[in-house]
Design a protein around this ligand. Structure first.
Ligand code: ADP
Length: 550
């Protein structure tokens, strides 16, 4: 177990590297030393600890970009920077091991929780990165402070405060510098590309510099000194996050940070306090807030645009598929209808001819005719659904007498009802005087569908009742009630969906499950609707609501 863990660690740290990349290691060491000198410019605690420690950000960015093989460069850079600052070999060894350990921990956490993707490319990875910036400096701050105490550079009494200051310095170093370096090494562009408008960019830059330096101007009226003017930069951060790529966003942040650091260091602006510690603490809080807010906004914008593009691509694909489906359906229905018409037409002629066929043959031809008609219905219904989806289903509403449309439709299902001894009660009086705005053929199609369902799903010797009722001023409701098995609440939710059929045990009733879908769509096109109420074992009522014609 121990062996396995050790070998995993060895391969992670790349200890058996065939050849180090010397140039990169030397470069990171030099960058580390230079940025450490810059950081120590703001040093407190006897010149050893600083509230802003850019090397921690540079080291982590280096590892993220070039990989673990850069750790020796970081260790050497840290050691040299520390020995210059402390002039103590033991302290410097402890401090540099701590700094390198923190960078490696940060890199390992990035690999584990963000992976190879850019930490700035999504809100989630950005927040994980912020958490890593909080956790990883713990090694450096603890090892560093312990080294200082053990070599008597500081006393035990200041252990906690030095440890905390160290941690803050490394945390802000990572948060302020790593994203900038990463964005400049691998830019993240908004997926929706907007052509750069150079006039706008120039105006943006001028306004950004002018307003962001305003809080630190020595010429500021005395009564305005200490005003929280630094927040004047926020609109520019939002502007950049919404419109520009990550490089420009981080550049905007860098400009704001440089002006703030310079202003505060020269004793100006809202963050300046009596002691350097206090001033830096104030400044840092501002910078951390502005960096996290702006980067979150920018990654949210990028992420949203990414999804927008994915959605648009999927929509385009879906539209192409629908178009292909439409074409297929319309050519298929044409191809099917022609032979079907021949089948139903000729079987009808054969049935009519009393002499050509014997009784059994006529019965068989009857089956052929029924099956043909059923298929023709199905094809027509499918075509209606398809045309409705493609917004090609046109209806021609006219003023029609409701009574006639219902009577003609009842006529179609009478034979079917008689076969099962189902009585039809048409409350003619209630429907007599109404005119509706509808397409007569389509309204009849709907009525026939509902009436034939009322007959199909009825019990033997049952009944169908048709009534009309005026609803408010401008609508009429046509109710078709049967005495069938009824529909459960759960099934009612789906019966208007295509191909939805209720499984009835021990019974097979012919149907395709699309009649109600078509009916529902047709009535909607006539500015009405269909609703259903039902109670199991008693029957169902389908109600068509249509606008009354004046
Ligand atoms: P089809 O009747 O061809 O199956 P429909 O779309 O007309 O298709 O009806 C969908 C389903 O709704 C039917 O399969 C049936 O289960 C149920 N249904 C429709 N009308 C009634 C009714 N009056 N009583 C009971 N169930 C019905």
């Amino acid at each position: 177990m121990i062996l396995r863990t050790t070998s995993k660690l060895n391969s992670f740290l790349n200890l058996q590297l065939p050849q180090y990349n010397y140039v990169k290691n030397i470069t990171i060491a030099i960058l580390y030393i230079l940025s450490a000198r810059l950081g120590l410019f703001f040093a407190t605690t006897d010149g050893h600890i600083t509230l802003i420690w850019p090397p921690s950000g540079i080291a982590l960015a280096g590892l993220i970009i070039f990989g673990i093989r850069l750790w020796p460069g970081i260790l050497i850079g840290a050691y040299i920077a520390d020995i210059i600052a402390t002039d103590n070999v033991i302290t410097s060894i402890g401090m540099s091991i701590g700094s390198t350990g923190s960078a490696i921990l940060g890199y390992w956490l990035v690999l584990k929780f963000i992976g190879k993707s850019n930490p700035l490319s999504s809100i989630k990875s950005l927040y994980i990165f912020v958490a890593i910036a909080i956790i990883s400096p713990i090694i450096a701050s603890n090892l560093g402070t312990t080294s200082l105490v053990l070599t008597n550079i500081i006393g035990w009494s200041s252990y906690n405060s030095v440890n905390f200051t160290w941690w803050i310095g490394d945390f802000s170093g990572i948060l302020l510098f790593t994203p900038v370096i990463i964005a400049w090494q691998k830019n993240i562009r908004p997926p929706i590309i907007v052509k750069p408008n150079y006039i706008e960019i120039t105006l943006f830059t001028i306004l950004l510099i002018l307003t962001s330096s305003l809080p630190y101007l020595s010429a500021l009226p005395s009564e305005m000194i200490g005003y929280p003017l630094a927040f004047i930069s926020f609109p520019f951060c939002i502007w950049a996050a919404y419109k520009y790529c990550m490089k420009q966003v981080t550049l905007t942040l860098l400009i704001i940070m440089i002006l703030a650091v310079y202003g505060t260091a020269t004793g100006q602006g809202p963050f300046y306090r009596d002691t350097l510690d206090e001033s830096l603490f104030q400044l840092q809080t501002f910078m951390v807030i502005i960096v996290i807010t702006t980067l979150s906004l920018a990654s949210a914008v990028f992420e949203r645009q990414k999804f927008e593009i994915q959605l648009l691509t999927q929509k385009k694909r879906a539209e192409e598929l629908t178009r292909a489906k439409s074409q297929f359906m319309s050519s298929m229905s044409h191809e099917l209808r022609t032979p079907l018409n021949a089948i139903t037409g000729f079987s009808h002629i054969l049935q009519q001819d009393q002499t050509a066929l014997n009784n059994q043959q006529r019965e068989f031809v009857g089956y052929i005719s029924d099956a043909g008609n059923h298929l023709l219905h199905l094809v027509n219904d499918l075509l209606d659904i398809e045309q409705n989806d493609a917004k090609k289903l046109h209806i021609k509403p006219t003023r029609i007498k409701l009574y006639d449309a219902i009577s003609e439709s009842i006529h179609f299902i009478e034979q079917m009802a008689n076969k099962r001894n189902i009585s039809i009660h048409y409350d003619e009086e209630t429907c007599q005087d109404f005119y509706v705005t509808a397409d007569k053929t389509r309204l009849k199609q709907v009525l026939i569908n509902l009436l034939s369902n009322a007959a199909k799903y009825n019990r033997e010797n049952g009944s169908i009742t048709i009534t009309c009722e005026k609803n408010y001023l401008s609508f009429i409701c046509i109710a078709i009630t049967d005495t069938g098995e009824g529909i459960s609440k759960k099934d009612i939710k789906t019966i208007f969906e295509p191909f939805s059929r209720i499984q009835i045990e021990d019974s097979y009733i012919e149907g395709s499950g699309i009649g109600l879908t078509v009916a529902h769509k047709l009535v909607a096109l006539m500015n009405g609707n269909i609703t259903v109420t039902s109670s199991l074992g008693e029957g169902s009522t389908f109600t068509i609501k249509l606008p009354i014609e004046g």
